[in-house]
Design a protein. Structure first.
Length: 253
């Protein structure tokens, strides 16, 4: 359903991605892993239109995404979260999720100005849906608190709720467990499973290997901008090239 072929990206003279090809099956939880600086976030930035690749194709259900502006890629069904949480800290939780929903509301500016029945009905539906999304992450009771009052783990969950508000087919999570404690990680694993059960395909970048191996169906490994292995967790765990890439990066550090 989601496919990248022959993706390349140069920054100046540096070749950051070299002929990257990968597939993410519909309904799967897949991971993109690799040592620091391997190019993982650059892949996500290419998918979401933040970075324009030099070569290659990126298709969702056969539709080419390269060249489209980010908001259109969101409308086509791709949502993401970032390594550094991006939420509106001064806004309350419900408002944060409603922002994510904005691109799908079906009322016109005319409706909005006149505060028409159509506008009011859509707004009520959106609020109900936002509340439902907060409930998925057990945040519904704090819906009227500002986002900055949440713990770090909860802020991440709010970011997930907002990403889901755009009704994605494909949800990209960039290091979702960064900064989470063990209990929060376990909870997040269950929540990602729930997200998948709602029909959303999940593609995540993560350094926490235990989390990746336990949760994911399929893993692609990048090293120095190239795919060095792809397959099921058990195969990846024992892949000599992957072991070497990780041991190499540990030795360097
Ligand atoms: N806009 C840019 N201009 C120049 N170089 C960049 C740019 N964005 C990323 N890079 C370089 O590309 C390489 C890959 O970066 P990227 O963030 O994609 O790696 P990563 O695998 O996500 O790393 P990490 O796991 O540490 O987050 C790095 O060497 C980085 O410095």
């Amino acid at each position: 359903m989601f496919e990248i072929t022959h993706l390349s990206k140069h920054f100046g003279g540096l070749e950051i991605l070299k002929d990257v090809s990968l597939q993410v099956s519909k309904g799967s939880i897949s991971a993109l892993i690799g040592p620091n600086g391997a190019g993982k976030t650059t892949v996500f930035n290419c998918i979401t239109g933040l970075v324009k690749p030099n070569q290659g194709t990126i298709t969702l259900e056969g539709r080419e995404l390269i060249g489209l502006p980010s908001h259109q890629i969101t409308r086509l069904g791709v949502a993401r979260t970032f390594q550094n949480i991006r939420i509106f800290k001064e806004m309350n939780l419900l408002e944060n999720v409603l922002v994510g929903m904005h691109s799908h509301l079906g009322y016109s500016t005319h409706d909005w100005i006149l505060s028409s029945t159509s506008y009011q009905a859509q707004e009520q539906l959106a609020r109900d849906k936002a509340y439902e999304l907060l409930s998925l992450f057990q945040l519904q009771h704090q819906h009227d608190q500002t986002a900055q009052s949440l713990s770090y783990g909860e802020q991440r969950q709010l970011e997930f709720a907002r990403a889901l508000a755009t009704q994605p087919q494909l949800l990209l999570l960039d290091e979702p467990v960064a900064g989470m404690n063990a209990a929060e990680k376990t909870l997040l694993m269950k929540e990602i499973e729930l997200i998948r059960q709602q029909g959303v395909t999940v593609f995540l970048i993560e350094h926490d290997m235990r989390f990746v191996m336990e949760l994911c169906d399929h893993i692609t490994v990048l090293n120095f901008g190239q795919v060095i292995a792809q397959g099921e967790p058990e195969m990846i765990k024992n892949h000599p090239g992957v072991i070497e890439a990780y041991l190499g990066s540990v030795e360097e550090e």
